[in-house]
Design a binder for this molecule. Structure first.
Ligand code: MN
Length: 217
């Protein structure tokens, strides 16, 4: 494991193959993934980022067996993603849930999606990207420069690690703001029903039912 200090109050912990034994990330863990692309059947999962919201980002790099790694043999990570007592907090959970379910062979639940929450309450705008929400709700400027970089590299750059970490470091603060808005607008229960559907949405997407969608006419 390597540890890097990259922002005033943030620390990155890079783990290879799995989360370490005995690491607790609390009842609500922010999660994001980096992959080789947007098609789970073609593009492998490379990195899973997690944070308990305390300024520490834990990054698990998954390395294929052909490169001397363990592939998707990561029991601690898989257990956490499927743990019914831990809420997984995502931004655009639909993709991450599908990728994790496909790669790890588990059902990811329970989940919370800040993008769904934002769409349900911020109906005055169509800007629901993580960068937009961090800017508007938290006054934080996120860089998206490394978004399309090569996440399959065996040695990730410090810029990649910092970018990957930043995608989970602010989700708890967004969740607090957005959840209060869901309550204010009377849509918390509707949001929960959407979150509860995420594992099924992931399965549908993996089967190719995203287009045409089963809900489409
Ligand atoms: Mn990301």
């Amino acid at each position: 494991m390597s540890t890097t200090q990259f922002m005033a109050n943030a620390t990155i912990h890079l783990h290879r193959h799995d989360l370490p034994d005995g690491l607790s990330l609390g009842p609500i863990v922010a999660v994001d993934t980096e992959t080789m692309g947007l098609r789970p059947h073609r593009d492998r999962l490379c990195l899973v980022q997690m944070s308990s919201g305390d300024g520490h980002a834990h990054l698990v790099q998954l390395i294929p067996q052909s490169l001397g790694g363990r592939g998707f043999d990561c029991p601690n990570l898989a257990r956490l993603m499927a743990d019914p007592a831990t809420i997984k907090l995502f931004h655009f959970a639909r993709f991450d849930v599908a990728v994790l379910q496909h790669s790890l062979g588990i059902t990811v639940a329970p989940s919370y999606c800040t993008k769904i929450a934002a769409k349900l309450v911020r109906t005055f705008t169509d800007r629901h990207g993580l960068k937009d929400l961090c800017k508007e709700l938290l006054g934080v400027d996120l860089s998206k420069q490394q978004q399309t970089s090569d996440w399959g590299a065996t040695e990730l750059t410090s810029e990649q690690l910092a970018y990957a970490a930043s995608d989970v470091l602010y989700l708890h603060r967004l969740w607090e703001k957005l959840d209060a808005l869901l309550v204010r607008e009377g849509r918390r229960e509707l949001a929960q029903a959407c979150f509860d559907f995420l594992p099924t949405r992931g399965r549908l997407d993996l089967l190719g039912y995203e287009d045409p969608d089963v809900f489409h006419h």
